[in-house]
Every structure is written in C-alpha cells, then in structure tokens.
Ligand binder design. Structure first.
Ligand code: UTP
Length: 231
C-alpha cells in the first residue's frame, strides 16, 4: 500500500526535538517498508516554527515572510528526520511533489516540509497524497483525533470515530488562515481532502508504532475521515 504520513511538528518538536518520537518514526517506517508499503513523509514545524514566527511577528515582519520562516523551520525538522532515517530516505528535504513521487520509484522515502506560503504542512500532506495516488493519508498529531470542540478548552468535547470530508469541512468552518495558526486541520488541507476523497486517518502520537498493524486492519483510537461507511 502507498501511504502518505504527516508527522505534526507539535509531536516531533514539542519544545526541543522529541528523540523518542523520532526513534519511533524510524522504527515504524522501517517496519512499513519491510511489509512492502511505500512511504511518503511530511513533517511540521512545531515549536521551532512557532517561536520563529512569533519573533517575526514582534519585529513587524509581513505575513508572507513569517510563512517563509515557518517553511524553513519545517525543512530543518525534515532534515533531522532524514538524517535519523539514514540511507532509506531521500538525502535532502523534497520541495517539489513530482520529485517526491520519483523518489518512491527509486525505493527511497521522500521527506517534505512546507512548500508554499498561506497554508500549513497539513495541506502539503493532502496534496502529496493526491499527487502520489496514495491509498491512505495519515496525520499524527498531539490531539488524538477530531473532537466536537477543542478538548483543551472545552471539557465536554467528544472525540468522533468517523466523519465524512464534508462533515470535517463543517467542523473546521471558515477558520481564517494565519501564520502559525492552530486548528484541527488547515482549511486548505480540508478542501483538498474533500476534493480528492482520499481515506484519511487522524491518530495520536501513541499510535505511531502501531501504524503497520492499523494499516492491516487493527483497531485504533483516532478518527477516520471517509465517505464510505465500510472503511
Ligand atoms: P506547520 O505545518 O508546522 O503548522 O507549519 P502547524 O499546523 O502549526 O503544525 P504543527 O502544530 O507544528 O504540527 C508552520 C508554519 O509554517 C508556515 C505557516 O506559517 C505555518 O503556520 N508554512 C508551512 C507555510 O507557509 N507553508 C507551508 O507549506 C507549510
């Protein structure tokens, strides 16, 4: 199976880089490849991006330049993961979708960070999944699924096991994009998922090493976004 996986910056670099998380990712990617899955990876910027973006904001730097700074942070995280993955990874962060697909044909794991201002790496992952014709798109985040409201703010928020792309779009609403924004998923990514109808999983950090069995049908505690009810 071809799978695009997005590791949110908030789990990869919650403050400083989370070494246990990086080791779990390396182990999981090796395991997936040994089961003949093709893996494409996107990583977020985490605290590194956020601290640099807020410094830029305080300096009065325009939004588009804040985004470029955020993109640079995601690529530094990508470079760290590439180094940890070693010879199985494409040696530098991939910045063009077609090159990521070509890496797969050379049996390498492409790792992307951000690409374009005005979005987050959620959108990069949704686009990469579409361009590479991945069967599944998986997001690992610091919130272990989609909730009816922000669980950190609303104690009554409930986790949803499954929802359609249209329901996800309703939930995310018309959240306005801002550099460094925090929301369940960036609105650009939601639109891409709605349009492509790709099967999407949102999972918590604790499920990383379980991904091989989850792809083989094992239960998980995250949220499935799909149109068909049997999946
Ligand atoms: P992230 O993808 O890390 O944002 O991009 P995020 O959703 O906050 O992810 P987590 O919480 O770290 O997992 C960080 C910032 O980099 C810029 C944006 O400013 C974004 O907020 N960025 C990223 C872009 O402008 N374009 C991209 O393609 C990616």
């Amino acid at each position: 199976m071809r799978v695009t996986i997005c590791f949110g910056g908030s789990i990869l670099v919650p403050g400083t880089p989370d070494l246990a998380c990086i080791r779990d990712i390396v182990k999981t990617v090796r395991e997936l490849r040994s089961q003949n899955h093709e893996v494409l990876i996107v990583v977020g910027g985490g605290e590194l991006a956020r601290s640099y973006i807020s410094a830029a904001q305080e300096l009065g730097i325009p939004g588009i330049d804040q985004d470029q700074i955020g993109i640079a942070a995601t690529r530094l995280n990508a470079q760290l993961l590439i180094a940890a993955l070693g010879e199985i990874a494409e040696p530098a962060p991939v910045t063009v979708f077609e090159k990521a697909v070509r890496a797969i044909f050379r049996n390498k794991v492409p790792v992307m960070g951000g690409t374009t201002p005005g979005q987050t790496t959620d959108a990069v992952a949704a686009m990469l999944a579409q361009v590479s014709k991945s069967e599944i798109l998986v997001f690992f985040t610091n919130v272990d699924g989609v909730y009816t409201a922000d669980p950190k703010v609303d104690p009554k928020a409930k986790k949803l096991d499954r929802l359609t792309p249209d329901e996800l779009a309703k939930l995310v609403g018309s959240a306005e994009y801002k550099p460094g924004m925090k929301s369940v998923m960036d609105p650009v990514a939601v639109k891409l998922i709605q349009r492509s109808n790709i099967k999407t999983l949102i999972l918590g950090r604790h499920e990383i090493t379980r991904l091989p069995e989850i792809l083989n049908g094992a239960k998980h505690t995250g949220t499935v976004i799909a149109r068909v009810s049997k999946w």
